[in-house]
Design a binder for this molecule. Sequence first.
Ligand code: ZN
Length: 123
Amino acid sequence: MTTSVRTNSIQEPTAFWLTEPCPTWCDMPEMHRAEDVGEDRTHNGELRRLVTTTMDVERSEVDGRVCRGERPPHLMLYLQQGYREVEPRVWVGRDDTNQGVYLTLSEAEQLAATLVDLVKDVR
Ligand SMILES: [Zn+2]
């Protein structure tokens, strides 16, 4: 009797709810799981951090004690798209606080252009 090991040269989807391949910018396709529900069924792009020298260090209170963040103040930026959404959105958040905004791609372009205009006013 011979036994054979079944090999599969085609990449199997990691989760049944993925009906299409991940977008090319999805940073962790191997993290998608069948048991993902709701907002866990999202594609996430590479996390980018922009350190800011004008913001205070993140502070939080644990058991009545004020704790300061270990990282320098920064903005967190990444793409995110729900698996049934038509296009990604851009998260712009402060530190790891979960405080921030989602922008459509068009809004992100407008913000980028506005920031460049503001800087041009000075330089
Ligand atoms: Zn993905």
